[in-house]
Write a protein that binds this ligand. Sequence first.
Ligand code: NAG
Ligand code: NAG
Ligand code: NAG
Ligand code: NAG
Ligand code: NAG
Ligand code: NAG
Ligand code: NAG
Length: 634
Amino acid sequence: MFLAQSFVFSLLAITGLALPSNEGVKHNNMARSTKYAPKEPPLTTPWTDKVGTKPWPEYPRPLLQRSDWKNLNGIWKYQNASDLNAVDSPPFGKDLAQEVLIPSCIESGLSGIQTDWGLYSWFSTSFDVSSEWKNDKVLLNFGAVDYEATVFVNGQKAGFHRGGYYRFALDVTEHVKFDQSNELLVFVHDPTDDGDYVIPIGKQTLRPSHIFYTPCSGIWQSVWLEAAPTNYITQLDLDANMDGQVNVTVHSSANGTSAQAKVTVHKDGKTVATHEGPTNKPFQFTVSSPKLWSPDSPNLYNVTVSLDKDEVESYIGFRTISRGVIDGVERPLLNGEFIFMFGTLDQGYWPDGLYTPPNHEAMVYDLKVLKDLGFNMVRKHIKVETDLFYRACDEIGLLVIQDMPSLRPLQSVLPDAKQQAEFARQLDVLVNQFKSYPSIAIWVIYNEGWGQITDTYPEFELTDRVRQLDPTRLVDSTTGWVDHGAGDFSDNHHYANPQCGTPFYSTASSPYDPSRIGFQGEFGGIGNNVSIEHLWNNQAAIDTINQTYEIDTTIEAWNYRSHLLLGELEDQIRLFACSGGVWTQTTDVEGEVNGLITYDRRVSRVDEKQWKADIQALYDAAAARSSNSTRDSL
Ligand SMILES: *[C@@H]1O[C@H](CO)[C@@H](O)[C@H](O)[C@H]1NC(C)=O
Ligand SMILES: *[C@@H]1O[C@H](CO)[C@@H](O)[C@H](O)[C@H]1NC(C)=O
Ligand SMILES: *[C@@H]1O[C@H](CO)[C@@H](O)[C@H](O)[C@H]1NC(C)=O
Ligand SMILES: *[C@@H]1O[C@H](CO)[C@@H](O)[C@H](O)[C@H]1NC(C)=O
Ligand SMILES: *[C@@H]1O[C@H](CO)[C@@H](O)[C@H](O)[C@H]1NC(C)=O
Ligand SMILES: *[C@@H]1O[C@H](CO)[C@@H](O)[C@H](O)[C@H]1NC(C)=O
Ligand SMILES: *[C@@H]1O[C@H](CO)[C@@H](O)[C@H](O)[C@H]1NC(C)=O
């Protein structure tokens, strides 16, 4: 059996024939797909059982909301495909082998598949479009598909998208039939770190071990349809600053600038400003004495934008992120004042859903844990979240340091010219899609040299590019290690103790450069092995726990060590030029047991009273260095 099968495979390889992806179904058209049921993941969360079959009912795009929409999340069908050629023979009209939950990563228990082979996949569903939308454009939206998606509607190719973390919309008007069932078929190719592929993957790997985790493949964010008029708003770029100036670009499907867009700003049901401007180029207006946005008072204003017959809802927060010298030290400023940013390294991984949080409540739970302890920031680590995550940060009041998802780790496999160009293109997409969230304060380009070409210093050109696309944020060009002087930060990574803006440093991180902002992009990372009930129960992962920087055998010891490390950071704020820090990390993940809370979100290691006091002490130390009148004691 095994031999015969290998023989068939090698024959196909020789003749270059594609294995028909729908072979099993072809001869048995009436075959029913295996019913959806979640698979038991190696660890569950309090939300695993609450997911159900209608996940993520929320409108997925809070910065550009349309009222006429239809959620396509739910039970779809899935089938493994053999290779890239499968896309040339789509299984139109066929029942795929298994039911699958959308959105999900097909490697996750919640998907109902939990495969370890997510390279090539077919997904299908059917949907109705009401004839009420007959005079409209019908837009098919995907929150994110990892990594490449080829979309077919009613047997015709409707579009292709590359990039695992980004939203895309396809105008499928010409492909749909009204008041009838429409077939949606999606081919997904996700190489992760297979073969020669060097693509943005963050922490995903086909060979999970310790700090690298199970990959996510497929349609891992919401899918929805919406109706829009012929000339419709495709994107809104919004920035609102501490002086009340609002800078808006209303992008429209018709690219001309002649049509006028109307912007109305509301607060608590009252209109505070109305302005008209051209489409597809920036225009400005002012709101007088707005309530500013900050982590302590996350004031948001609702915005309505209309263009011809289109009308969308959005929002803004008035704040200014900048950089300034205070008492001789380079500092990040929020609304003109030094803000000491203190957050966690936040991986955004879930034992039941991997990249896809089980639900909105679960996603917000992590953020509330941080907010309650007094963190004012979260470093979204080499992953991009759903839009609803950033909306939650805007509402709760947590600044976001947003990392670009890294290419392959270390400098083991560097990108060639084409792969580097694709990395740069996706960095553009990241900044353009997410730059209107008020909470995002800093863009990170490279993490610890991963995928960073070192002979030509590409971080300088990429930094200029990010600043051109978004002049309102700071850029942390290289967080940790391979620093050649680009960007706004001199960012050290060191475990377990910090070396923030200090005259001492480690061989891996460059010495503090006083011409930029001194920052501790990662420290802490101390672990504690709670018990098997709260571990990712996978022997290979458990066998890597001993690679953690430091294991404290009791939770009391872990808190004692945390106290010392936070105290060191406080000293560095007081004595040197430390402007912010990132504690590793929010939760345990797979073989890492160094979270504030366990991977299942059921155990907190944190002595809350002690941590709250230690975090407050950081802000107090920073406040004492926050004005030009304080003596610089260095
Ligand atoms: C998926 O297809 C590949 C190639 O045909 C095969 O090696 C693999 O076993 C399949 N995996 C599953 C889970 O069906
Ligand atoms: C408005 O925003 C655009 C980018 O969207 C930027 O290029 C431009 O400089 C901004 N204008 C002002 C006055 O802030
Ligand atoms: C508008 O411009 C974009 C980007 O240049 C292009 O992709 C798109 O096809 C244009 N749309 C129309 C309707 O001309
Ligand atoms: C914005 O609108 C939402 C609902 O549309 C409402 O719940 C909220 O209170 C509004 N916020 C402000 C600041 O007006
Ligand atoms: C502090 O002093 C510097 C130069 O002496 C000046 O540029 C800066 O604006 C001052 N900052 C504040 C907050 O007063
Ligand atoms: C960690 O544990 C694994 C599995 O028990 C073992 O093979 C390895 O040698 C250990 N490594 C260290 C650094 O102790
Ligand atoms: C962690 O705990 C698990 C489960 O009790 C155990 O199997 C493993 O050996 C422990 N590893 C370390 C490094 O303490």
